[in-house]
Design a protein around this ligand. Sequence first.
Ligand SMILES: [Fe+2]
Ligand SMILES: [Fe+2]
Length: 211
Amino acid sequence: MTIYDSLYQFTEYIAPIKLSIHQYLLAAPEPVLIHTGTADQTERIIPQLKEILGSVPPKYILVSHFESDECGGISILKNNFPDVTVVCSEICARQLAGFGYDGNILVKRAGETLEGDGFLFSFVNYPSEVHLQNGLLFFEEVRKILFSSDLMFRLGDSHGKLIESVWRDEVYSIDMSRVPNEEKLKSMKNELLKIDPEFIAVGHGPCVRVD
Ligand SMILES: [Fe+2]
Ligand SMILES: [Fe+2]
């Protein structure tokens, strides 16, 4: 079942820490995955992905930053879909290569776009890589979905759950527990206020419908 327009959500719930970890499949004519989850989670979702995708493999996997819940299963994913291309920041690309990932990688920067059959992504800087270097947030402009990674973070078992909010409030409420540098946090918030999402597909917690 989709959680939004052509968007499937997959979830691993870690009960002791009340953390839901979501991954997404944008089932466009050229399908796009967003995050792999941990290696265990990737193993679990591969059969579901194959069932939904049929004979059309994912074209891209978008990785906001290098961390186990965002890309821990990347090699497992590549073994199942060898032609998939990872889309990520330059820093993340270096980390992946340094940890032995040898699949396709496409480096993107803030302000650039990625267009394919049924989608158009733009990118926003997200200081989430090691030492507060820039990772990426993904905004799908056709459906107005922001993939917010570890921002708009809420705890709880939240598979398939939605809340409603106001975009400005969601941006203003990002605090230094998410980006622990005042200047970088402010600059990211300013960039986020320039986009107008209608749906926030979060990495953790309930997704958010926004005005
Ligand atoms: Fe993360
Ligand atoms: Fe995360």
